[in-house]
Ligand binder design. Structure first.
Ligand SMILES: *Cc1c(COP(=O)(O)O)cnc(C)c1O
Length: 395
């Protein structure tokens, strides 16, 4: 193993379990390590590199903007930020955008927006936030408190008060949890880190109705499902159910750090001047990158192709389930956010694929997840399926 790992082991915090590889270059769905070995990427920086690695139009947009203006803060207007907000508004339910730098920051801003709007409209006391067990919303205190996985809380309590967690798709628990004290319900339309678990239409419709009845905001965390990942720009389009607040990050700027919160005017107005802020949020370079990403993702046929490729990968995975029923349980997900449920530790499959230089992730002990760049080719999908079949046949 090369110099980078040895030095990293000495100087870096030990908060990550990393694969024994250091990447130096990428292109499309391919990566190259220190020794020049090529890898096929079905991780894409955890659903971040929507257009693959170093897509030329994004690199060009970054280069042009970097030469023009790097940063001025949000004391002033900049063209990329205003243009990006306009594109997001024109392609969503929303009327206004708040920019930040990451997923956790977007969730944090959404939660603060919900509490403050309830306080402004109803007075103190309407502070409860309903979230789902097994959800993931990020690592800062508010986002961590929303996250419904106690393993992430270990050693960090006390958390932010007044969060309630209910099982996903449990209508009875939902009706019990949402009442007049609730200021928001936050959920991922498909629980990503939770193991790629889609919510039912009935559950989302009921949540929408209960939020309306109780004056609570419905927050969709589409940090993983947004920006074309599921075959539509936003996953909520599949369901036809609109949130009040939408959180974005990951794929938004194609590899640069950028988060966003989208809402209608009547909701976003709760963030009055001085109530919330970010020094770097909506940085011109990141916004220029995001504009280049969205131009491609919103071009004719791009999302239709994502849907077709998702179907091809899903069918291939289902065929493997038919072929190896004693090893595989099934397939879950939408578009190019897919997961294979295994009957043995998914880490074994992850490791075997890694040895064949194919990158995937295993968010749960028996779930292998695929989040390739949206520009993945059919040949690359076939290469993954062939490798999986070889591993499954020989183990
Ligand atoms: C990744 C993720 C986050 C956290 O994003 P960071 O940029 O790591 O803070 C929040 N919610 C969901 C659904 C995610 O997938």
């Amino acid at each position: 193993m090369g110099y980078l790992r040895e030095a990293g082991e000495i100087y870096l915090a030990r908060n990550y379990r990393r694969f024994p590889v250091a990447f130096v270059r990428g292109r499309g769905a391919r990566l190259w390590d220190e020794e020049g070995r090529e890898y096929l990427d079905f991780c894409a920086g955890i659903a971040v590199c929507a257009l693959g690695h170093s897509p030329p139009e994004v690199v060009q947009a970054i280069r042009t903007q970097a030469e023009r203006l790097l940063h001025v803060s949000n004391l002033y207007w900049t063209e990329p930020q205003v243009r990006l907000a306009r594109v997001l508004v024109e392609h969503s339910f929303a009327e206004r955008v708040f920019f930040c730098n990451s997923g956790a920051e977007a969730v944090e801003a959404a939660l603060k927006l919900a509490r403050r709007r309830a306080w402004l409209e109803y007075g103190p006391g309407k502070t409860r936030i309903v979230a789902l067990e097994n959800s993931f919303h990020g690592r800062t205190y508010g986002a961590l408190s929303a996250t419904g996985q106690p393993a992430y809380w270990e050693g960090f309590e006390p958390l932010v008060p007044d969060f309630v967690h209910i099982p996903p798709n449990d209508l009875e628990a939902l009706s019990k949890a949402v009442d007049e004290r609730t200021c928001a319900v936050i959920l991922e339309p498909i629980l990503g880190e939770g193991g790629v678990i889609p919510l039912s239409r009935e559950f989302l419709e009921t949540t929408r109705r209960l939020c309306d009845r109780n004056g609570a905001l419905l927050i969709f965390d589409e940090i993983q499902t947004g920006i074309g990942r599921t075959g539509h720009l936003f996953a909520y389009e599949h369901y036809g159910i609109l949130p009040d607040v939408l959180c974005l990050a990951k794929g938004l700027a194609g590899g640069l750090p950028l988060g966003a919160v989208l809402a209608r005017e009547g909701v976003m107005e709760a963030l009055s001047p001085g109530s919330h802020a970010s020094t770097f949020g909506g940085n011109p370079v990141c916004c220029a990158a995001a504009l280049a990403v969205l131009e491609r993702v919103l071009a004719p046929d791009f999302l239709a192709e994502v849907r077709l490729k998702g179907k091809a990968l899903e069918k291939g995975l289902r065929d493997l389930c038919t072929k190896f029923p004693e090893k595989l349980r099934g397939v879950r997900g939408l578009g190019l956010l897919l997961a294979l449920e295994t009957r043995f530790p998914a880490s074994e499959l992850l490791q075997a694929l890694f040895e064949k230089r194919i990158l995937t992730t295993a968010p749960k002990p028996e779930v292998l997840r695929f989040t390739p760049p949206l520009i993945i080719s059919y040949r690359e999908i076939d290469a993954l399926l062939a490798a999986l079949e070889e591993i499954l046949a020989s183990s």
